[in-house]
Design a protein. Sequence first.
Length: 130
Amino acid sequence: MTGRVVHFEIPFDDAGRAKAFYREVFGWTMRDMPGWDYVTVSSGPTREDGSATEPGYIGGGMTARTGVNGTTVITIDTDDADATLATVAAHGGEVLQDKMPVGDLGFAAYFRDPEGNVVGLWQDAGRTAG
């Protein structure tokens, strides 16, 4: 189902400090992504593939504070990132990053809503729209 919040991203200036803080305060599990300046975050119990084993929480990631990742971002699921970005623009939002591939997992995009918040979009690779 689209429209659900499926991911979060927290920017950092110091990766070690950020990872230690969230691990020690909230017990999050983190894994560095080889070849990427990105850390995956599990905020609860997960399967081997990283998906949640219990309802009620989502996982996310942490990355260096740059570009659109200057503040914490929530990411919303969509069937068609290009169409959603067009709808965002038609309703007063601003496209910050067009749909881009994330390995073979899917596609990410970012926009700014009319209130100034940066929000991410996620389209699974298995969806053929756009």
